[in-house]
Design a binder for this molecule. Sequence first.
Ligand code: KG4
Ligand code: ZN
Length: 345
Amino acid sequence: SDALTILGLESSCDDTGAAVVRGQPGKAQVLSSVVEGQTSLHAAFGGVVPEIAARAHAERLDDVVRQALSQAGLGLRDLDGIAVTAGPGLIGGVMSGVMCAKGIALGAGLPLIGVNHLAGHALTPRLTDGAVFPYLMLLVSGGHCQFLLVRGPDEYRRLGGTIDDAPGEAFDKTARLLALPQPGGPSVEAEARNGDAKRFRFPRPLLDREGCDMSFSGLKTAVLRMRDQVMEGNGLRQQDRADLCAGFQAAVVDVLAEKTRRALALYLAENPAQPMLAVAGGVAANKAIRAGLETVCADMHTAFTAPPLALCTDNGAMIAYAGLERFARGERDDMTLAARPRWPL
Ligand code: KG4
Ligand code: ZN
């Protein structure tokens, strides 16, 4: 009856996304979600090139929007509003998305809703699991790593996060050091399956320090050092590579699990009615990391949820849904909506 239909656009990093979501806060469904990655465009450069990303978003957004509408079987006139990532992210890409959304909003006479990309990730468990506030979110991707206590659609408390690299970045750099394919997460995880995690002694950064802050840049330095030690002998053999990956991954799992234990303690002190930890971000795909988090949650009588991977990584549906939550509360933007490279929750 009060169902809202929102189109969402995402273009803050290297994925061009558009999706249609319909429903109400805490009870909505994804009618369509189209994501076009740019991995191959950036592959030769060893990282996302902002100029290339911005151009690709600008070129692809129209078509991705068209596909999302057609897969949902809807036209612009069926929409109640259009939501778009207004930051944080690579400014050129965010601007492409905001301009595209403004054009559609103006042309079709639709309300415009600017969305914080991090709020998109943080609210995804409401879309996938109908999560009830307050819940704890661990956002772990190539660019982000933080614990968020999500108290309401616009009420977040950051309990801690990385003080240097994000874990995905550490996986990617480790893969590069060991000549494994990018993105590094999946290749390091695959290698680690055949490795002995105990052969190399990796540090557990910041575990001796109080609080929920984390550090991952030391781990990749450790990979470099140990790799060079091994190579001095007889080059890097298959087993060396697997053992390095296993040791590195075990260290990441230990750090994330122990810091999650602390973040959960802070969260549980607020006596949530239905305690829940949700993960989001590409690193949440890692099975060893998931298992580590599940163990901690079981210990602490907290439900654990990981949205389907397609909704964990960057996508338009999370933006459409976060926009729906804003719109349902009467919030919207006008043509002065600006793209913001930095925008803390
Ligand atoms: O969320 P995402 O798609 O993009 C952003 O960073 O925003 O996350 C990508 C990151 C990459 O660093 C990738 O190596 C990592 O997630 N990743 C993984 C796994 N799959 C992807 N890291 C560890 N294990 C995995 N299985
Ligand atoms: Zn993201």
